[in-house]
Structure formats: structure tokens, C-alpha cells
Write a protein of this length. Sequence first.
Length: 318
Amino acid sequence: MSGERPGLYEMLDDRFRSGRCMSGDDALELLYTGCRWAEGPVYLPAWRQVVWSDIPNDRMLRWDEETGSVSVFRRSAGHTNGNTLDREGRLVTCEQGNRRVTRTEHDGTVTVLADRWQGKRLNSPNDAAVKSDGSIWFSDPDFGITSDYEGYRAESEIGANNVYRIDPATGDVRLVADCFGAPNGLVFSADERQLFVSDTRAGFIRVFDVRDEGTLSEGKIFAEAAAREKARFDNLRFDDGGRLWIAAMDDGVHCYDPDGTLIGRLNIPETVANISWGGAKRNRLFITAETSLYSVVMGVTGTHPTGPGRRPWLERQP
């Protein structure tokens, strides 16, 4: 397939075409609609399912890749937001309402990984990223405590919106980045030497160098949303060409070249909250947008959410 297709794909730089970002499906596939505000899609390779959050309805849903059926994964879920997988293939979830980060074990039980920093309750964890050493990094804005719509109204005990790291050996929660308006999505580069964090209120993406001891540099701005007033940055994911794909709310899905240039976008009919790669080849982009779950099979392939290295639980799958 070739040529500009103004419906789904919008090319802003020829690198969007030459990088095969416009190769794939001609249109979005609507997988489900009926949410109040959909977030946090994650593809579970072992089950060939997508699990995602419907925050105001306080439930998690799952879509089955083989049958196309949708069912409730968990109800009274703690107003969950972002979801990802750890190195063992277990579900890691940010619970806005319960103000904690949890892990769903293989037997279905739920383990609390973090709910406090220095004895103070977290605000409302939003998104998480797992590094290959097993550490879990998460953002903690105040979205879940500003009203009762996506959580429970409360005063912040910390008084700031930060990014934290959970130590894989001790479980200690450490502050790694601050000075955010509202930290939201976060993702490691393929080599894990950089961490990219969106700041929804400030309207930009910050990038930090990751030090060997698990700390971050001061950070700098990678991309700004000011050029398009309706764009606000939510979560973000890399493809294997080093391009950064960003859920840009009312401006669809943005695609940035590694040098920070906005090279193209996907036009989505609803406000885009989150994106995630999945499918057998990890070239299917799943998109939660306002009330719906969409997907598009693409000519590019996404990186894995748990970083480089072996994942026996995934390699066993046919």
C-alpha cells in the first residue's frame, strides 16, 4: 500500500512514509465501545487478550483476540488507570482510587507493591514501566483525588506530583523525578538508558538519562504540544525504529522521530487516552479513546513493555 491517506494517516514529514509508518490497515478497527473513559490497554501474550481500564465505571475489561468477545476482567477495581506486565508476565496495575500500585499474581491474588512514600499516601498512581532489572517506575499525579469521578476526592499528603521507583529486591519506594505539573505516561528507550515522561498539564515530554544506580538526570524537554493547541500528552510507546508514539488526546496519536521531530499522526474519532503494542508480531497498536477500544495493524513493530532480554513466559508461547 502506498500514498497519503488523509483519513487515518497524516504525514507531516517524509520519514513517516519512508519508515513504513503508513503501511498497514487503511482504517481503524473498533473492538468495543461503551466505556465512560477508557485507559491503560495492555496485551497479554499468553492469553491473547487485551486488558484495559474503564476508570469512572470502576472496572477492568478484557477483549479476546480469537473470539472478539469482551467481558469484565475485574469490577470494583480501585478505579484503575495504567496497566503493564512485569518480567514474569504478571499484571502490574495503577489503582487511582486505592492510591496504590499492585500486581496480580498467577493465582489471581493481588499484591500491593506501593501505596506510600516516606509514610505518606500516594496521590493516585497513573502509569507504570518495568525495567529489565525488575524495578517498577510509576507516575503519581493527582487526577484521582481532584474529584470523585475517577477516584475519591482527597487532599494530597505529599503535596506534589512525582515519579517513583520501586526497588525489586527491597520493595522500597524512591522519588526519582519531581517538578511536574502532572506526570502521566512513561516509557524506557529500547536500551533503557533514557526514561521519557509526559507531563499532561505542562504540555511536553521530558527525557531523563538513567544512571546505573537507578537514579535520573535532571532531564530536558523532548517534545512540546504547544504547536497544536488541542494536543495534550498522555501515555507513550516506542516502536523498534526508535520512533516515539504518543497518545495526544484530541489530536490523535502522534509519531516522533528519534530527533524529536513530529513526523506524522493517526487521526482518531475520539479523544485518545492510551496506546499499547500487541498481537503475535507486536505490530498491532491498541488504542483506548474516550468510550472505545480500537486497533490498527501497522507496518512497524512495537518494543516490549518489559524491556530487553529473555522472557521465558513469552518464549513458551507458540
